[in-house]
Design a protein around this ligand. Structure first.
Ligand SMILES: [Fe+2]
Length: 188
């Protein structure tokens, strides 16, 4: 639960008011409530920390969010802007359907990247705080957050054809799964 509280704090402090209000509704109505407490690796083969410990999706997402927020100045992004909303939504939603759209899969839904990307693609609600161009980038970030292993990536998959945020979020995911990111609760 403490990681869900930390997640909320990071969102409250960095999202625009419109995006945060949107998130509150989405969390309630679209995102499976159990997903945050599920393990980041259902098989426990990946995401191993010290002693083989596997974090929850809430902790994994918090780690990535902290990394994204700490480094977003490299893209000239400041907090509480639509560009910040775009980047945060990419990290926040990337594993939201990791146990399927209803959260009932016992194991990782191999196509969770496609499931969340298609859902976001079908939702015009994002246009309340993102431009149509930013919405497209968010869909790509979600669809290809597993890089060349993404469900919709073919043999010609190439990060250079996509927005740099796609590689950034994939890198954060890889770094977190290999225990290379540090989470400090309450760190501004
Ligand atoms: Fe992930």
């Amino acid at each position: 639960m403490k990681f869900e509280i930390e997640l909320d704090r990071l969102l409250r402090e960095n999202l625009t008011e419109t995006a945060y209000k949107f998130w509150e509704v989405a969390k309630e109505k679209v995102i499976p409530t159990n997903v945050w407490q599920e393990l980041a690796s259902s098989s426990k083969k990946y995401h191993n920390k010290e002693g083989g410990f596997v974090p929850t999706i809430a902790e994994h997402t918090c780690e990535m969010l902290r990394g994204a927020i700490k480094c977003m100045s490299m893209f000239g992004i400041t907090r509480k802007t639509s560009e910040c909303d775009l980047l945060i939504m990419g990290v926040l939603l990337h594993d939201a359907f990791k146990r399927g759209v209803d959260g009932t899969n016992r194991w990782t839904a191999y196509d969770h990247d496609k499931l969340i990307a298609d859902t976001v693609q079908d939702s015009s609600a994002f246009l309340r705080f993102l431009s149509p161009e930013q919405h497209k980038i968010l869909i790509d970030v979600l669809r290809f957050h597993s890089g060349k292993w993404s469900t919709d990536a073919d043999k010609t998959f190439d990060f250079s054809k996509l927005h740099p945020y796609v590689l950034f979020v994939h890198s954060l995911d890889m770094l977190s799964s290999r225990n290379c990111l540090k989470l400090i609760i309450g760190d501004p």
